[in-house]
Each structure stands twice: as C-alpha cells, then as structure tokens.
Design a protein around this ligand. Structure first.
Ligand SMILES: *[C@@H]1O[C@H](CO)[C@@H](O)[C@H](O)[C@H]1NC(C)=O
Ligand SMILES: *[C@@H]1O[C@H](CO)[C@@H](O)[C@H](O)[C@H]1NC(C)=O
Ligand SMILES: *[C@@H]1O[C@H](CO)[C@@H](O)[C@H](O)[C@H]1NC(C)=O
Ligand SMILES: *[C@@H]1O[C@H](CO)[C@@H](O)[C@H](O)[C@H]1NC(C)=O
Length: 164
C-alpha cells in the first residue's frame, strides 16, 4: 500500500514537472510577447533632462558610476572614432587628453525618442561646436550620432555671428 502511494506520488511529481517544463512560453494565444521588456513611453521633457545629466557626468566629468544606467547595453555608436557599445564610449572618453570639463550646452531640442544638443567642448586640443543626436529607448540612450565643427577658423569669418 505504501509502495503504491509512493508510485502515485512519484507519477504525480513527474506529471507536474512535465507541465512546469512545458509552461514557459514567450507568446500568448494571439502571438503577443508575454515576457518582453515593457518600455515606458518616451517623454521628451524628461529625456532632455536625462540626456543633459548623462552628458555632463559621462562626457564632461568622466564619471562612469552611472554608465550602465544611462547607456543601453546594446548602445549603437555612429561616431567612427569610438568603438561600439558602452565600453567603447568609456574607452573613448578616457582617451580625451583634456580630462574632465564643464560642458557648455548652448541649446537642446527633444522630440519623440530623440534629443539633440548643440554644445561647445574641447577635446584633442580642439574647441568644437558639436551637435549630438541621441535616441532614447527604455529610459536609456540607445543610439548616438554627432556632427562636429572645429571652431578655429582657417580664414576670417564671412559674418559676425560666430558658431553659436
Ligand atoms: C521569454 O520566455 C522564453 C521562454 O521561457 C525565453 O526563451 C525567452 O528568452 C524570454 N524572453 C525574454 C525577453 O525574457
Ligand atoms: C495583442 O496585440 C494586438 C496588436 O498589438 C493587440 O491589439 C491585442 O490587444 C493584444 N492582445 C493582448 C491579449 O494583449
Ligand atoms: C559620480 O556620479 C554619481 C552618480 O550621479 C554621483 O553620485 C557621484 O557623486 C559622482 N562622483 C563624483 C566624484 O562627482
Ligand atoms: C594645442 O594647440 C595650441 C594652439 O592651437 C598649440 O600651440 C599647442 O602646441 C597644441 N598642443 C598640443 C598638445 O597639441
């Protein structure tokens, strides 16, 4: 009798284990992903504040404490001088000989999942006028493009306005 109960219990365990093993599924009956990361909708105003903070801390202060909180693990880099990903960014920033600096933010625009910043900063012995474009995904910077101008002119400017 005890033997029979043991067999019953063991069989029941096997059945349950089988069900548990079959249970995990990444889609529901409608084919929707059930365990995908849910990202909050993009809020341009908070994205803007977030990018300014991340920019000053990482690129300005060379403070990498929050690198993982600010930059997505699959960070896509379009600047050809920096290697792909968060670690590529860290290595690039560390290679700037000037060290930490206060970033001179001139203007910032945020729309949808994009934040554009127009800044003056110095690196590699050059004072740059830069437009950086960041794309935000799931509360982190996922992708980056930039366009740079060397503010040291080779000939006299054709107007009085300077770069900013
Ligand atoms: C969702 O669950 C499936 C099955 O357990 C797993 O293979 C997949 O990696 C999960 N996906 C995510 C985004 O967690
Ligand atoms: C599945 O996705 C479709 C299309 O996005 C949506 O209309 C539907 O409500 C979703 N179903 C569930 C159960 O979330
Ligand atoms: C570096 O950044 C972190 C996160 O914002 C901050 O708590 C910390 O005080 C910063 N470190 C320095 C040395 O400024
Ligand atoms: C930086 O630039 C200045 C003027 O443009 C030049 O005199 C100096 O030698 C440069 N320094 C280095 C380290 O290249």
């Amino acid at each position: 009798m005890q033997f029979l109960i043991l067999i019953l219990v063991l069989s029941l365990q096997n059945i349950l284990a089988g069900q548990i093993e079959q249970q995990p599924s990444s889609t529901d009956s409608e084919g929707n992903c059930t365990n995908c990361t849910k990202c909050p909708p993009n809020d341009p105003k908070s994205n803007k504040a977030f990018v300014l903070k991340a920019y000053q801390e990482i690129l300005g202060d060379h403070n990498f404490t929050n690198l993982e909180q600010y930059f997505h693990e699959d960070y896509i880099q379009h600047n050809p001088h920096a290697a792909e990903g968060r670690e590529g960014l860290r290595a690039f920033v560390k290679s700037v000989p000037e060290g930490p600096q206060k970033i001179d933010f001139k203007r910032t625009v945020a729309e949808d999942d994009f934040v554009w910043v127009h800044v003056r900063m110095t690196s590699f012995n050059t004072s740059w006028a830069i437009v950086d474009i960041f794309r935000i995904e799931c509360g982190k910077i996922k992708e980056h493009w930039d366009v740079l101008q060397d503010t040291k002119l080779q000939k006299k400017a054709a107007n009085e306005h300077q770069f900013f």
